[in-house]
Design a binder for this molecule. Structure first.
Ligand code: IMP
Length: 183
């Protein structure tokens, strides 16, 4: 028996489907950035850790990897748009191409904040790669350059995405059915 209750978790994308999509995104990113100068992948903690770990191995370029932590005030259900930086990058990105690697873009408020913040550091360019995108939830326009999967407006978990702090370690992306995914 797994630690979660399979009756209360509907699989949306299994591990093989996620891997295949990561491979495609990695090939596209490789082609787009080849010969363009230094590229830094910036993972947004905490949710992006499985995605950036897998995606970076499908990018056939000498990338750097850095992380920053963001946390939104207020409840999950109602994104306030007030974002707090819980951890900053380890190194400057001035003159480098930055590819932000995010787990999911919902309202877009978190990415809007981050883009404005990164622009002040004078990078050569900034683009966004998000594993998931919920277009119905968008409150502000942010360009998402690489999208893994476009999904309906449902709360998803697994592969980095949490439910009350848990379920980030599921190898698939799922939807909670009912309210007790962990017995
Ligand atoms: P945004 O600012 O509304 O675009 O929200 C982005 C952040 O909200 C993500 O980085 C996630 O941490 C969180 N989030 C949004 N939708 C979901 C979801 O369906 N499951 C888990 N976390 C989510």
């Amino acid at each position: 028996m797994p630690f979660y209750d399979p009756k209360h978790l509907e699989v949306m994308y299994d591990a093989a489907t996620i891997e295949a999509r990561n491979r495609e995104l990695g090939a596209q990113i490789t082609a787009d950035y080849r010969g363009r100068g230094e590229l830094v992948l910036v993972g947004v903690l905490r949710g992006s850790f499985p995605f950036i770990a897998d995606l970076c191995r499908f990018i056939d370029l000498p990338v750097e990897v850095d992380f920053l932590g963001l946390s939104s005030y207020g409840s999950r259900a109602e994104s306030s748009g007030i974002v707090r930086m819980t951890q900053d990058l380890s190194e400057p990105v001035k003159g480098k191409h930055v590819l932000v690697v995010e787990d999911i873009v919902d309202t877009g408020l978190t990415m809007k904040y981050l883009l404005a913040n990164l622009q002040t550091r004078e990078p050569a360019s900034v683009r966004i790669a998000s594993l998931l995108h919920k277009p119905e939830g968008m409150k502000v326009e942010v360009p998402i350059d690489y999208v893994g999967f476009t999904i309906p407006n449902r709360f998803v978990v697994g592969y980095g995405l949490d439910f009350a702090g848990k379920l980030r370690n599921l190898p698939f992306i799922g939807v909670v059915v009912g309210d007790k995914p962990i017995p």
